[in-house]
Write a protein that binds this ligand. Structure first.
Ligand code: SAM
Length: 457
């Protein structure tokens, strides 16, 4: 199976075996059209319900946090309460923001076509969770923007100019999505609650106007480098192919496509893929959705209004952005998917942004990148070396090879890479620009060229 296949939609799911992100298991998925073997179905049956549950659980988990704030407020003395009389109102405002975020999530889930029959695999009903219908009833009590959004919920038409994508999802019949009943959700561990919040926050980096500064700091140098390295890329027959492993929510892969490359994003996380698929395939207008990404922490806010400010997404209409025909996303673990012999020497460029430190074994990543690049192909990398499996509590038995930059460069040289450009940049990652706390990174940016075919053992 070729990872470079042109997909009729932006998002093509495919791939391989089981992988781990943080503490939770997810499964990989063969290309949707391919019949799955029973083992693969079993893996998906095991993992996908947990991810759906985590999304469905979003309003409940957020409400629990609000209740905790309320209890703390009630413990204040009358004199202290009198100093923050607006506090109950702030909690009400937060409640409304949670509803709006939930609304986005439910629409995203409705658009999702699960590769397995999820209703068979969701657990027994639990009590106390808001059902989809209850949530929609709640929404009715709120303002007109929500009512408008409800109309969209039942009118999922997505047309892609240029004829690549043209599907009418119509109204998704509720019965076909009976797994969307949040009363069926399983117990959701805190780590998965946080993953959902992390996705909502990440949307700003890739698809919010507020994320422009981070995109300029991280994606722009990569795009400029690709632009200068591949000046003759515009003829269809000679379009260079660029792979973006760890593509996150897909913006960089889309920008590379718009630059005139055959571009494919690869992403292991279903959490991310559900969201990128929704934005890429189903968005009809810029600013179609309003989310409140900063509400999940009360820390480091300059004002309540800052914390509760809305973000319109996406900042562009992806289908009108000018992508080339061969733009797709594939899901699966990078090494598992791209170590296939069919991938050897297929790519002109591999772009990694905040990715290479996600490896259990960074040497394996570099070896795989070397294998899939053509001779003379380039690896453009930007990112720190904040190894994801280093010092993780509860992951003591997970393999984690943590090399310095010096060692990484030596390993790369072993696999045939020669450094052509290297510099340090300064940036943040999914940071609230109005927070009093902003972690700054000083990641390396490099361009390495694969000099010649090498034999690896
Ligand atoms: C730190 S994020 C960077 C995302 C994006 N490149 C950006 O700059 O915003 C790393 C991404 O790599 C994904 N990832 C981690 N391990 C992966 C693997 N083995 N294969 C593919 N993607 C992976 C994660 O799910 C996550 O979305």
């Amino acid at each position: 199976m070729m990872a470079t296949e042109t997909a009729p939609e932006f998002v093509t799911a495919m791939a391989t075996e089981t992988e781990r992100i943080g503490n939770s298991r997810e499964v990989d998925e063969e290309k949707i059209s391919r019949k799955k073997n029973p083992e693969e179905e079993a893996l998906e049956a095991k993992c996908l319900p947990g991810i759906i549950s985590a999304y469905l659980n979003y309003p409940k988990a957020a409400e629990e946090n609000l209740k905790k704030c309320e209890r703390s407020y009630q413990k204040l003395s009358p004199a202290h309460k009198a100093l923050v009389t607006h506090f109950p109102m702030k909690l009400q405002r937060l409640r409304r923001c949670i509803l709006m975020n939930s609304h986005f999530i439910y629409n995203m889930l409705q658009a999702f076509e699960p590769p397995i029959d999820l209703s068979k695999h969701m657990r027994e009903p639990i009590t106390g969770a808001l059902s989809m219908e209850e949530l929609q009833r709640e929404e009715h009590h709120h303002d007109h923007s929500l009512k408008n959004a409800e109309i969209r919920l039942n009118n999922k038409t997505c047309e892609f100019d240029g004829g690549h994508l043209n599907h009418d999802h119509g109204s998704v019949p509720f019965s076909s999505h009976d797994w969307l009943d949040s009363s069926l959700q399983a117990h959701v561990p805190l780590v998965d609650v946080n993953k959902v919040r992390w996705v909502i926050r990440n949307i700003v980096r890739d698809w919010g106007a507020e994320g422009q500064r981070e995109r300029d700091e991280c994606y722009k140098p990569i795009l400029e480098e690709l632009d200068s390295l591949f000046p003759d890329r515009h003829k269809e027959s000679t379009r260079p192919a660029c792979l973006v492993p760890g593509a996150g929510l897909g913006r960089l892969a889309l920008e590379i496509s718009c630059l005139g490359f055959r571009s494919q994003g690869n992403e292991v996380s279903y959490y991310m893929m559900l969201c990128s698929s929704f934005i890429l395939n189903y968005t009809q207008l810029p600013g179609e959705w309003t989310i409140y990404p900063w509400i999940h922490t009360n820390c480091n806010s300059l004002s309540d209004d800052d914390q509760l400010r809305p973000i319109s997404i996406p900042d562009i209409h992806p289908a009108s952005a000018g992508v080339t025909e061969s733009f797709s996303m594939c899901r699966g673990d990078f090494v598992e998917v791209f170590n296939e012999s069919s991938q050897a020497g297929m790519w002109d460029a591999v772009v990694t942004c905040f990715f290479i430190d996600t490896a259990h074994n960074i040497i394996e990543y570099i070896e795989t990148i070397s294998k899939i690049l053509k001779d003379g192909g380039v690896l453009i990398n930007l990112g720190p070396l904040l190894y994801h499996f280093a010092d993780e509590q509860g992951l003591e038995n997970e393999m984690s090879i943590e090399l310095s930059l010096e060692d990484v460069k030596r390993v790369a040289s072993h696999y045939g890479f020669e450094m052509e450009k290297e510099k340090t940049i300064e940036t943040t990652y999914s940071t609230n620009p109005r927070s009093m706390m902003k972690n700054r990174y000083y990641p390396v940016f490099w361009t390495m060229r694969k000099k010649c075919a090498i034999t690896t053992t």
